[in-house]
Write a protein that binds this ligand. Structure first.
Ligand code: NI
Length: 183
């Protein structure tokens, strides 16, 4: 297995682990049979083309999401992938969500966020048997300007559950997704 160094060259940039633990990557070795750097060069540029890729964050209004509720949010994000946006990565934390995505033609980021927040809130409210506002109205977003920033943000996503002490290795966190296109 390969671990991260500051240069990141020829490394799998999504390898994330807690300090002192053995390295791990996001995918089983069977999916990593192509040289990683080659894959990155071929697959990354279209993600960051024309300033069309966004790093987004939104937060729960109060309380936390149960594991089951985190799966509901994850599923909503994955269901929109290929229809309204291309999803590079998403991590559902107990009280907030980070995602990196590229809207498809004809879909604005605000419309996408409204959709994913609205539908996930409705499903979670149903699950809880309550009504009310789940997410904070505001979402935070920024354009991912280049490949370096894309890599940095993807790593940031993958580090979240490890940094929060929820798991020792991102592989062990079920409430996240990273596109197999990216390695
Ligand atoms: Ni976070």
């Amino acid at each position: 297995m390969i671990k991260i160094t500051p240069t990141g060259v020829a490394q799998t940039f999504l390898s994330v682990r807690a300090p002192g633990k053995s390295p791990c990557s996001l995918r089983p070795p069977s999916m990593n049979n192509e040289p990683r750097l080659e894959r990155s060069r071929r697959n990354l540029p279209h993600w960051v083309l024309n300033g069309s890729c966004y790093f987004i964050t939104f937060r729960i209004r109060s309380g936390v999401l149960t594991p089951e509720e985190r799966l509901i949010v994850l599923k909503r994000f994955q269901e929109g992938d290929g229809h309204f946006y291309r999803l590079a990565g998403v991590v559902i934390m107990p009280d907030h969500v980070h995602a990196i995505l590229r809207p498809l033609d004809g879909y604005s980021l605000s419309r996408i966020l409204k959709g994913v927040k609205g539908t996930s809130a409705r499903l979670i409210n149903q699950h809880r048997g309550i009504q009310g506002t789940l997410w904070q109205d505001e979402s935070w977003d920024r354009i991912v300007r280049d490949e370096a920033e894309f890599r940095e943000k993807m790593l940031y996503l993958a580090h979240n559950p490890v940094k929060a002490g929820l798991v020792g290795c991102i592989d062990d966190y079920p409430y996240c997704y990273f596109s197999p296109e990216i390695n």
